[in-house]
Design a protein around this ligand. Structure first.
Ligand SMILES: Nc1nc2c(ncn2[C@@H]2O[C@H](COP(=O)(O)OP(=O)(O)OP(=O)(O)O)[C@@H](O)[C@H]2O)c(=O)[nH]1
Ligand SMILES: [Mg+2]
Length: 285
């Protein structure tokens, strides 16, 4: 956190007001708002009960998990308005229909790369019922960076601790129960290539989606005193300018950190108008 590198609050407000779409009655938690955002992010809810995002570092087995869960019930295309490939599929479990969206592999959600923006926007605005974070058990420390970033945005997540066969081969053991306690979300060890752990993963996704397991994710400790007043001001201004914005605190923290992509999203109106027309309809192959 670099409080000295912050965008002046008044600038942010003027950016927000300059680009703000008409304020509607919607709010971030409304299902209509969420369904509208999901549509603009390329997901049509149709008859699905739950939307599940698959996130993770590159090459951790996301697509292997995706293929194993959805089988042939999937289609590919591009992210709306982007040339980045996306895959979406469905499966049924415990009498419910789940829509699964494979996000681009990323090491972080904080840089300006298109992949990271797509993953960040989907989790932030699409508000998936569960975000499954596929982590490589052989490189857990590096993978936990993204896990912790995602847990700052959403409190509905499951960690899929994949490549457990490789970890075992290298003599690496992971205390997944302790990890689950430390992270505050379920952790399911898997070897997706061999189908191992996938029944448990399906159960954990279902439990979180249905609210049978309530996550208490590990978050940053109290905000540093030096930025507390600026953060409170900015959150208030964001809420006033964009009442429908999910997680304004997280967005305010990004702005205070000097996140150019977030400033640009505000300036271009992308943040404020995700509920309107900034994102084109899905472009499916
Ligand atoms: N040994 C082992 N290999 C796996 C496992 N899961 C996936 N793989 C392999 O890891 C490689 C990468 O898997 P993908 O599913 O393409 O990974 P990804 O996360 O979708 O990769 P990107 O989309 O490029 O980020 C493939 O060769 C998979 O067969 C596993 O549990 N064990
Ligand atoms: Mg993939």
């Amino acid at each position: 956190m670099n409080a000295t590198n912050s965008a002046p609050t008044s600038d942010v407000l003027s950016l927000a007001q300059g680009s703000a779409a008409p304020v509607t009655e919607s709010c971030a938690s409304c299902s209509v708002y969420r369904a509208t955002n999901l549509k603009k992010l390329g997901v049509v809810m149709d008859s699905s009960d739950f939307v599940i995002a698959l996130a993770g570092n590159p090459n951790t087995g996301k697509s292997t998990v995706f293929n194993a869960l959805t089988g042939l019930r999937q289609h590919t295309g591009n992210w709306p308005g982007k040339t980045v490939a996306r895959a979406e599929g469905g499966y049924a479990y415990a009498g419910k229909r789940f829509k699964l969206v494979d996000l681009p592999g990323t090491y972080s959600l904080l840089s300006t790369s298109l992949d990271e923006q797509i993953a960040r926007d989907f989790i932030l605005f699409g508000q998936p019922d569960v975000t499954v974070i596929v982590a490589d058990a052989t490189r857990l420390e590096r993978n936990l960076n993204l896990v912790l970033q995602i847990l700052e945005i959403t409190d509905r997540a499951v960690v899929c601790l994949n490549l457990m066969d490789e970890a075992k081969r290298h003599g690496i053991t992971v205390d997944e129960r302790q990890l689950a306690r430390d992270l505050g979300v379920p952790v399911v060890p898997t070897a997706a290539r061999y189908g191992r752990g996938l029944p448990e993963l399906l159960q954990a996704i279902n439990d979180v989606a249905a609210g049978e397991v309530v996550c208490r994710p590990q978050r940053l400790e109290a905000d540093p005193a030096a930025i507390r007043p600026a953060l409170a001001d900015l959150v208030g201004e964001l809420k006033a300018a964009f009442p429908e914005l999910p997680n304004p605190r997280w967005i305010a923290l990004r702005l205070l950190s000097g996140d150019d992509s977030m400033v640009e999203a505000l300036r271009s109106g992308q943040l404020g108008t995700l509920h309107a027309s900034a994102i084109a309809e899905p472009n499916q192959a």
